[in-house]
Design a protein around this ligand. Structure first.
Ligand code: WT7
Length: 582
């Protein structure tokens, strides 16, 4: 089969020699212990993510290097070296210790992207506590569910966010302390009765701290993730995850010591921790942290002003940038960008190719999950890109595609995407739910819940969540396949496709689309898009199309097909706490 391919220069001819010139060659004979020697470790064979991300660089004489450039939402700018980070995190570790917090306790953070968020998280890790990052756009219920389930003892929050959820705090019997971070005195009355002031505690804390002897198997981070049923489950990660976070930072993000790296993800989601903290800093790279939300102009401005070289963002953001028009990026100097990455949901081929037009390079999709803790499948700088493919598995990871009986299928066939257990950043359990955890492992595989195929050359192609796949007249139809085509119509900004019941075919495909600025949702246009779909897809084309001003998305940017489906079928809408504001 012929694939559309975006070719690459030979690795040794590229401006910066990629860390992984040949993924297929690197896989041969690879063992994860090969990476262990790149980490610093603690005396006695202990391992701590905060040590690997911060203190080791100071010990190695890189204390003066900038670790964090913070760009505030009001245009503020602050810079912190690795030495500064070491001191601030030591102080916070001492704060927790002076409050009597012990190794293994769950410390939740509820803040926007402020420097103090990072100090709190790494300080807690130094103490050996388990960190639970909360998405700053959560309301009281999702915060309560997570803190209650994990028995959190400390909440570190900014005043306005704490006020937003304060009604549920009494429902948390295990909560002992609420520490309020009042950045630059932004809030006039930050403290309620019983609250502790971060600034006051930090002022009195020593900047010397001896990192706890955490073993590689000690818990470090807990991330709640939504399944198909029930409340969110806490996927628990361990310090050893840093092995893979470090390695994929090198291989997939291609981080080099002089890079200026920007990850747009919120730390409340796993990308914001694994790749907004652990991967870049374990690689000793300077990262830009932008507090503000999405705006095409502001984002291009960040890239230009800070000379960003490596960028990690998400498909919805890329589509929003596309929607803003190509004349916007043309007004900025984006020439420092060397490598652009995307994750979290399907990246349609059109978006990959758009990168070549606007950034002079393909956008590199990669794949993983909260449960995997780090990147599993990626497009690498030195590997030709097949637009629409998520790339190839990283060295040390075996991906399989399984049939309904969980046996491998031949190349090119669709099935369940599964992974051989044993990668370093694999989750260790769902908090208080070992049964669900165990149910994810079948016949020696971890079952991801996604459907995919692997072509003859080893590229992995996403088909859809296992539960979103449509069966029409006995043909499995991946909604992504259909959406990719719809989105290539010049009027279409976003598309979502679901299966709706049909007496004859069991399900038929229905598309929901939002239009780009300047297009009107006319009957004529609707027919035109249907025709475009039919022409490209034939039997699996949408039978009907409905226009929407915008499509419902999760806070992390995934289009919620299930919500469209529930509306369509007149079912209850379920948990919509992660929906967009507008
Ligand atoms: C689910 C995991 C990846 C960290 C952030 C999200 C979907 C992820 C891709 C991709 C298509 C993707 C999968 C996966 N997904 N990456 N490149 N192409 N779909 O973590 O919230 O645990 O979501 O996101 O369905 O299972 P998450």
């Amino acid at each position: 089969m012929e694939y559309e391919t975006i070719g690459k220069e030979p690795a040794d001819k590229m401006a910066v020699m990629p860390n992984l010139p040949d993924v297929d060659a690197a896989r041969v004979g690879f063992q994860w212990t090969d990476i262990y020697k790149d980490l610093d470790w603690l005396p006695g064979g202990y391992l701590n993510q905060a040590h690997e991300c911060i203190d080791r660089h100071v010990n190695a004489g890189r204390g003066d290097k900038t670790a964090l450039i913070w760009v505030g939402k009001n245009g503020e700018e602050e810079r912190y070296t690795f030495q500064d980070m070491k001191e601030q995190t030591n102080k916070f570790a001492n704060v927790l210790q002076s409050l009597g917090v012990e190794k293994g306790e769950r410390i939740f953070v509820f803040m926007e992207r402020l420097p103090e968020l990072y100090f709190a998280i790494f300080g807690a890790l130094k103490l050996g506590a388990v960190v639970g990052p909360l998405f700053s756009a959560f309301g009281p219920d999702p915060v309560r569910d997570r803190m209650q389930d994990s028995g959190a003892t400390v909440l570190v929050a900014q005043p306005d966010l704490k006020r937003r959820v304060s009604e549920m705090l009494p429902a948390l019997p295990d909560l002992k302390y609420t520490i309020i971070v009042n950045k630059d005195g932004r809030d006039k009355e930050p403290l309620a009765k019983g609250d502790l002031s971060y600034e006051t505690l930090m002022a009195d804390a020593s900047s010397e701290f001896e990192i706890a002897n955490t073993s590689m198997y000690d818990y470090s981070v807990i991330h709640y993730t939504s399944g198909t049923t029930g409340k969110p489950k806490g996927a628990v990660h361990r310090h050893v995850a840093v092995v893979q976070q470090y390695a994929t930072g090198k291989w997939a993000l291609d981080l080099h010591p002089d890079d200026i790296y920007w990850c747009t993800a919120d730390p409340g989601w796993v990308t914001g921790t694994s790749y907004g903290m652990f991967a870049p800093w374990s690689n000793g790279v300077t990262q830009v942290i932008y507090e503000g939300g999405f705006s095409a102009r502001a984002w291009y401005e960040v890239i230009q002003k800070y000379s960003v070289t490596v960028w990690y963002t998400a498909p919805t953001a890329i589509r929003m940038l596309m929607k803003a028009g190509d004349d916007v990026p043309a007004r900025f100097d984006l020439s420092t960008l060397r490598h652009i990455n995307s994750v979290g949901e399907p990246l349609n081929p059109e978006a990959v190719v758009w990168g070549t037009k606007v950034f002079d390079q393909a956008i590199h999709d990669n794949y993983w999950q909260t449960e995997t803790g780090a990147i599993m499948v990626a497009n690498y700088p030195a590997m030709p890109v097949r637009p629409g493919s998520m790339g190839k598995p990283i060295p040390g990871v075996e991906v399989g595609i399984l049939d309904g009986e969980y046996n491998p299928v031949p190349a090119g066939e669709e099935g369940y995407l599964a992974v051989r257990p044993g990668w370093p950043s694999m989750f260790h359990t769902y908090w208080n739910n070992l049964e669900l955890y165990n149910s994810k492992f079948i016949k020696g595989w971890y079952i991801s819940g996604d459907q995919a195929k692997i072509d003859e050359d080893g590229y992995v192609w996403f088909v859809g969540r296992a539960d979103d796949v449509i069966n029409t007249a006995g043909h499995l139809v991946g909604p992504f396949e259909v959406e990719s085509v719809l989105i290539e119509h010049p009027a279409v900004a976003e598309a979502a496709v679901i299966g709706i019941p049909d007496a004859l075919a069991m399900e038929v495909v229905k598309g929901f689309v939002s239009l780009k600025d300047g297009f009107e949702p006319t009957e004529e246009l609707r027919r035109e898009i249907l025709g475009h779909g039919r022409k490209r897809l034939q039997a699996i084309a949408p039978r009907s199309i409905e226009f929407r001003a915008s499509l419902p998305k999760t806070r992390s940017g995934k289009i919620m097909r299930r919500l469209l489906k529930a509306e369509e079928l007149g079912l209850p809408l379920g948990d919509t706490s992660t929906l967009e504001d507008d």
